[in-house]
Write a protein that binds this ligand. Structure first.
Ligand SMILES: NC(=O)c1ccc[n+]([C@@H]2O[C@H](COP(=O)([O-])OP(=O)(O)OC[C@H]3O[C@@H](n4cnc5c(N)ncnc54)[C@H](OP(=O)(O)O)[C@@H]3O)[C@@H](O)[C@H]2O)c1
Length: 325
């Protein structure tokens, strides 16, 4: 099998192709041909050694895949050769093939493309976890989503809208704002040319109940200031840097700061997480949630895709498609 790997953490340029021996297929396992692997912002942080958790090296990135079963191991009765499967593989998704335990695979619903299946998990599960286990969102609430045209933001809009929440999406380009609207945002804010605090307050008619923030940086404080009394601010990510938020803004009007660490929760709740993935997938299969069709990059150009993501050039999600000779 062919795979992309870094031997030490530090630079995206260190990502290189390796050829690894095919693993024998043990009882309970499936061999599959990877059709697409989802790319996430966190992949770049992991490769560069800038993530809070440092993976062991050599490190093969790629956490979520869509694949086709090519061989079924002994003792597996619920999958056949040719089945399209999704696997939260964790590591090693930037590869052409994989061997996975059958208990970790889910059949992809017919209405879901390989690209959608390879890119929904991290973003949708973060939103689902945030709204189900951390924040208290109610039907009719108004929520501001930052980075609304990125992967984490778009999924949050889709999940929130399915719960009856009214969403305002903030993003930097027309293309990203259009994606946010397509996902269900009733209004958008141009973060480069508009005053985020004033515009969010205006659009929410003074009742901004929640903020979902995967961006951080300078926008975080503006968004916190826009929150109505008693509002909830979900801290989700820091693509623009870790903000230092004044504590008085939280105290004065009984606002709540909520940490959202999906990864930490997954580590301690594997069974509940597997159930959550199946629930989200079922909702997608029933047409209740609608992941975007990702932009595709050949897997051999993974570094370009990672750089484009870091440079805010990607609207929506990215899927890497194996193209190794
Ligand atoms: N808390 C959790 O459990 C959890 C789980 C998964 C991911 N995350 C985090 O969520 C964050 C977003 O991930 P993602 O996959 O949605 O990334 P993404 O698809 O690249 O979207 C991030 C968005 O942030 C905006 N942005 C603003 N300033 C930026 C900057 N300096 N550099 C890059 N982007 C900037 C961009 O939108 P504009 O151009 O419109 O501003 C971009 O679309 C990451 O930090 C990731 O680690 C957290």
């Amino acid at each position: 099998m062919k795979s992309l790997q870094v031997d030490e953490l530090g630079s995206l340029d260190a990502l290189h192709l390796v050829e690894l021996p095919d693993e024998p297929l043990k009882e309970g396992f499936l061999r599959c041909s990877i059709r697409a692997c989802g790319l996430n912002f966190v992949d770049s942080l992991l490769i560069e050694g800038r993530y809070q958790v440092k993976p062991p090296v050599p490190f093969r990135p790629g956490s979520e895949i869509a694949a086709v079963v090519t061989e079924v191991g002994p003792g597996v009765s619920n999958f056949s050769v040719g089945d399209r499967i999704f696997v939260a593989i964790g590591v090693g998704g930037f590869s052409d093939t994989a061997v996975v335990h059958a208990s970790r695979a889910l059949k992809i619903p017919d209405n879901m493309t390989d690209g959608q299946a390879a890119t929904f998990m991290q973003s949708y599960l973060t939103a689902w976890f945030a709204f189900e286990h951390r924040a208290d969102l109610r039907e009719g609430d108004t929520m501001l989503v930052l980075g609304a045209g990125g992967g984490i933001g778009l999924a949050a809009i889709d999940v929130a809208v399915s719960m009856g929440v009214r969403v305002i999406g903030a993003a930097s380009s027309d293309e990203k704002r259009q994606l946010a609207k397509d996902a269900g945002a009733f209004a958008t804010i141009d973060v480069l040319n508009e005053d985020l605090k004033l515009r969010a307050r205006e659009l929410a008619e003074g009742k901004l109940d929640a903020v979902y923030d995967p961006v951080g940086g300078d926008l975080a404080e503006q968004a916190l200031r826009a929150l109505a009394p008693g509002g909830q601010f979900m801290v989700v990510g820091f693509v623009a840097g870790i903000p230092k938020l004044p504590a008085n803004l939280v105290l004065l009007t009984n606002r709540t700061l909520i940490g959202v660490d999906w990864g930490a929760w997954v580590g301690k709740n594997q069974a509940a997480h597997a159930e959550m993935i199946a629930t989200v997938m079922k909702n997608i299969g029933e047409g209740k949630l609608h992941p975007v069709e990702p932009v595709s990059y050949p897997m051999s150009r993974a570094v370009d895709a990672l750089r484009d993501m870091q440079n805010r050039k990607i609207a929506g999600k990215v899927a890497l498609v194996p193209d190794f000779n």
